[in-house]
Design a protein around this ligand. Structure first.
Ligand SMILES: [Zn+2]
Length: 450
């Protein structure tokens, strides 16, 4: 299958030289990029006219909770512990594998509509149904199981033993890593230092190194976590992880809001990857990560939306906008984290976090054909004086015209190609009624509804 995307106004490669092609074409041969330029032969199975459009690499969302998609709006305006213990854990523990499949598929639809072709899953309960949904959606996912072996307030079904959970995750790895033409990878999960014992954390690192895979963990998320770590481990989360040998290039640290300068240096020393989640940082987690400082030191910092109840959109373009804004506010420096840097975070840095920088993250001959066609001819994005600025500061998912992953369109001319979106909307509405009943959610006590 040979696809030509022609007449592209700008093609942003995000390669090492930061090259941007003007008035160009791109050729996709099966799942790879085979040519970028203006010398065309005439044998294409499909020609896509991208006149006046911008093509960028597929975006990479580094922190997603597939299982939380049906929990959007379940926990607004509450602190993180209420959010977790009273709302999200009861919701998550009530999901069947079928519910989780619906939640995952719905999430994948929202992801591809915002130009995301790869995501990193934070950890859910039913990995097999995630595998089914991601296989169907045609995108890339680094999937992991939510792993908890200690902690107060956890639903009983969430508590596992160290050996059982590691054995199960290794089985998942052997069964699913590399399936769906290599689009699915299996990572290991650690939820937080307050829901994981040291025995589990250390053995997870050993297993990840043995399998050659990544570890996804919420780290230094809230101030209480640092106090908890000091009380139980004698030092802060990151210092403790360094002391027990867990910091490494295959660790993705998510949120990282409460870091000292010394801990930032530890991340650099051990090549730890970072997922910055600006919406969650202002809605639930509350705090501003030292993103400009980490970028300055060369730490790969990428962007994540977090799950639907903590954002409440899975639109990475909106989080690109927030990333571009909040560090200017925090540092009082208008040049902090500029638009091009934000786009790099959502593409090449994301690829480094996903441990796939040789395959994805930039548009280059020989790399996987993961790309997005943007249409900025829109009342919210015109006029255009600096199109990179418009992509980061003005665009949202509504400017995504088409999304391709692994050489195949998953979203084309604003239509989802792998599922009947209308039918999924009906199923979400049906399921949400049952969730509201089971969690006893009523607006009557909250608003004056007459
Ligand atoms: Zn999370």
């Amino acid at each position: 299958m040979k696809i030509l995307i022609k007449n592209i106004n700008y093609l942003v490669t995000m390669n090492e030289k930061n090259e941007i092609y003007k008035n160009t074409n791109i050729v996709i041969n099966d799942n790879l990029i085979s040519y970028i330029g203006n010398v065309l032969d005439e044998h294409y199975d499909e020609v896509y006219d991208a006149e006046d459009k911008i093509v960028i690499p597929g975006l990479i969302n580094t922190h997603v909770h597939l299982s939380q998609q049906l929990g959007r709006g379940l926990a607004d305006d509450v602190d993180l512990l209420t959010w977790l213990q009273d709302r999200i854990w009861p919701y998550e523990s009530s999901l069947s594998p079928e519910d989780n499949y619906l939640s995952s598929l719905a999430c994948c639809i929202e992801l591809v509509k915002s130009g995301v072709t790869t995501f990193l899953e934070a950890g859910g309960q039913h990995v097999e149904s995630m595998v089914d949904a991601v296989t169907k959606a045609g995108i890339r996912g680094c999937l992991s199981k939510s792993v908890t072996d200690s902690g107060k307030g956890l639903p009983a079904s969430f508590i596992e033993t160290v050996d059982d959970t590691l054995k199960y995750q290794e089985e998942l790895y052997n069964k699913f890593n590399g399936v769906a033409s290599g689009r699915i990878k299996i990572w290991l999960g650690l939820r937080t230092i307050y829901s994981n014992t040291d025995a589990l954390i250390i053995k997870t690192k050993e297993l990840a190194d043995k399998l050659g895979t990544g570890i996804h963990m919420h780290i230094a998320e809230i101030k209480d976590e640092i106090e908890y770590a000091k009380a139980t481990r004698g030092t802060s989360t990151v210092e403790h992880l360094a002391n027990i040998g867990v910091l490494g290039s295959n660790l993705l640290a998510v949120h990282t809001v409460w870091l000292t300068d010394e801990e930032v240096d530890l991340f650099k020393k051990y090549d730890v990857k970072v997922s910055h989640n600006p919406a969650a940082a202002m809605k639930v987690v509350v705090g501003f990560a030292k993103v400009p400082e980490m970028i300055e030191k060369g730490i790969p910092v990428a962007i994540g939306t977090d799950g639907a109840p903590s954002n409440n959109r899975m639109d990475l373009m909106r989080d690109m906008y927030l990333t571009g804004l909040i560090h200017k506010g925090r540092t009082l420096d208008a040049k902090s984290v500029d638009a091009y840097e934000v786009l790099k975070m959502a593409t090449m840095n994301g690829a480094r976090c996903a441990l796939m920088q040789d395959e994805i993250g930039s548009l280059e001959v020989g790399k996987k054909a993961d790309l997005v066609v943007l249409d900025l001819k829109d009342i919210a994005t015109l006029p255009i004086y600096d199109f990179i600025g418009n992509i980061v500061y003005s665009s949202t998912s509504r400017n995504v015209e088409s999304t391709m992953c692994d050489g195949k369109w998953v979203y084309k001319h604003k239509k989802i190609l792998f599922e009947d979106e209308e039918e999924i909307l009906d199923r979400i509405k049906e399921k949400s009624k049952l969730i509201a009943e089971s969690l006893n959610i009523s607006l009557e006590n909250k608003y004056n509804i007459i």
